[in-house]
Design a protein around this ligand. Sequence first.
Ligand code: PXG
Length: 460
Amino acid sequence: MTAPFTPKRTTEDYQALDAAHHIHAFLDQKALNAEGARVMVRGQGLNLWDNDDKRYLDGMSGLWCTNLGYGRQDLTAAATQQLEQLPYYNMFFHTTHPAVIELSELLFSLLPAHYSHAIYTNSGSEANEVLIRTVRRYWQILGKPQKKIMIGRWNGYHGSTLASTALGGMGFMHEMGGMLPDFAHIGEPYWYAEGGDLSPAEFGLKAARELETKILELGAENVAAFVAEPFQGAGGMIFPPESYWPEIQRICRKYDVLLCADEVIGGFGRTGEWFAHQHFGFEPDTLSIAKGLTSGYIPMGGLVLSKRMAEVLVEQGGVFAHGLTYSGHPVAAAVAIANLKALRDEQIVSQVKNDTGPYLQNALREVFADHPLIGEIQGTGLVAALQFCEDKATRKRFANESDITWQCRTFGFEEGVIIRSTLGRMIMAPALVADHATLDELVEKTRRAVDRTAQQLGLL
Ligand code: PXG
């Protein structure tokens, strides 16, 4: 355990200074300032403590990233050693360094064999920026420069930089100056909300075939790639029906459109497989990675390329005019190596698949299957969503569902658990090192938050 923590300033002081200097993510700043941000000061395992020493069980792995939990000495030691030996060097002008080389050797030993090359970044947004440029360059080299439209999905999330915002499907982000030409979107495979009378399998095919319609509308000769999260994260933890991904893959192959998986959330063990596309059984041409690559201890992301794409870029491409100062940063690479070794050598990914994942999924279904507020429970491994509904029989959703899930999240904080609210769903994605007792605590505290929400609505 870490030493007892002595706050340096009062929470009120921190909050006042925070309000004076920061624009926070995705929030009404004025409203936040009136309320005061929670000041988090330390973490251990899945536990976080705020400045007043209140403990929270972190059911979201930070922002879907602290896959190994907090307080890992092996990751700290890896960073310290690398900082002492070589805190910075780069991959420009004919140089490289051992940390990034060894990271790639390890990463590609964990990936399916048809991937061979990586371009490293500092974040998931940057990974997707690199994706867009790499895909366009790939088609240029092959003599098809007009193939540059990227198709994403409504409510997909691929980052907050300009092009990743345009690629994502958050309408309210597009409206704030976040749209660009040559991006298009299709619907999300959200059966609960949009499936109507169709079975999930029928709806999965229908949702996938929207891609074919969109490709034909735009002209296959103009479409570069389809990009999506294997399961949608920030947009509500939507698991597509099983029929969805095979059909998407068939359509991409038929029209010579690259299939790009955003694995920023799904990668590195979340579903019980190393990568989420393996859970859903399809074979993307590229993978965008970040978050769990370093368990969030230090920023790092990247774009993984199939051999087929890498061969074109390397053998036929000449100069690819692209590079970031911190691509493959040695300290980030050293932390990523320690992180991947721990996930592999402590059998954490297989434990999620065979033990803790099924344990959490069963517990959630036992507790919430008959709950009046919960219409659907989705998830696998250590990621799950609870769909809120007004009427279970008809799958009717509340008109003000975002307000209701936000209230549930607030109750969660009061109960000492951090779970995420999205449109009409509550999401959890605890660190992959969670044991049964911690998962019991997560489910029990979530139950209390959901019950309090249901009581407020007069449903319990
Ligand atoms: N792709 C996906 C699938 C993501 O979830 C990004 C790209 C962008 O990564 P960076 O590292 O640039 O943030 C993300 C990020 C949430 C939440 O509340 C999700 C993300 C970020 C912040 C909050 O669900 N995902």
